[in-house]
Ligand binder design. Sequence first.
Ligand code: SAM
Ligand code: SF4
Length: 329
Amino acid sequence: MQDTFGRPITYLRVSVTDRCDFRCFYCMSEDMTFLPREDLLSIEELDTVCSTFVERGVRKLRLTGGEPLVRRGIMELIAKLARHKDSGKLDEITLTTNGSQLAKHAHELKRLGIERINVSIDTLDPEKFAEITRRGDINQVLDGLKAAQDAGLKIKINTVALKDLNEHELTDMVGWCGENGFDQTFIETMPLGDIGGDRTTQYLPLSEVRAKLEADWSMVPSTLNTGGPSKYMDVTETGQKVGFITPLSNHFCDDCNRMRLTCTGTLYMCLGQDSSVDIRTALRADESLGKLHEAIDQALTLKPKGHEFVIEPGQGEPALMRHMSVTGG
Ligand code: SAM
Ligand code: SF4
């Protein structure tokens, strides 16, 4: 698959549910209304859609959400998708999780062929963690990390940089990741979905984070290029990588290889733009999957050259109304 700008499209991110056991304040509002279950793609439908993309050249799948590990049937889905890895059609299945259910699932994930996972942790301070997630328990997540390490999963920590909340802790977190053998990616808050408040007060530019970390650690640009929005640095003292995702600058669009499927089966070709195709209707319309292939063909014509996020002080409105938990982070 190639888009109209000649970029090969090989990476599909799939939100398997909009539900979550946390309510991180930058991601959801406290009294979030979740989608009716019948709007979601079933586990069988998710398998069909992902498998069709694999047939068409997708080499990497990332399952996300919401919280992927609270979706009923998720392990069954991963077990089904693993056949494409076994056959060599797929290089990798991975997931992004808040870690709350990892203690339960880590070993099974590894057994099913998952090698790497991303776990989102913004702070190691138990009170701040409870404040940011509005209901999470850091110890439960740390137990999950331990289980994942024991199982032999490679772990990357995702950390959203938050003004006043974790900005003074980020240097220590780099050290903690180093001690545990975790890579780490810092993320800027993105204006996605109504969160019941003004998000510009929590916006901390990664340029500031990076300048502070460069003063505290020896960091050299890494040769690693994932084709994604992260620019990586090697931390000399720890031997680990630190990445910076700056979606509000457009530097990564030129070699973007990804698409995103929402939990309701809408395919977005760019996190920062609204053009999409309705995969669910196409899938349900035609058992021979002809309409699904047509919808994918149409989607390939829609991928924009780049996105147009803006986040400015005083601009409390989200740039796009869909939440990250629906589109998949
Ligand atoms: N629940 C899982 C988790 O937290 O890892 C997966 C879904 S979550 C939407 C994926 C990532 O998106 C997390 O690292 C989260 O911190 C990040 N995220 C959520 N809302 C965001 C926002 N408005 N701006 C930037 N990152 C966001
Ligand atoms: Fe849930 Fe992840 Fe959103 Fe936090 S960031 S509310 S863990 S989906």
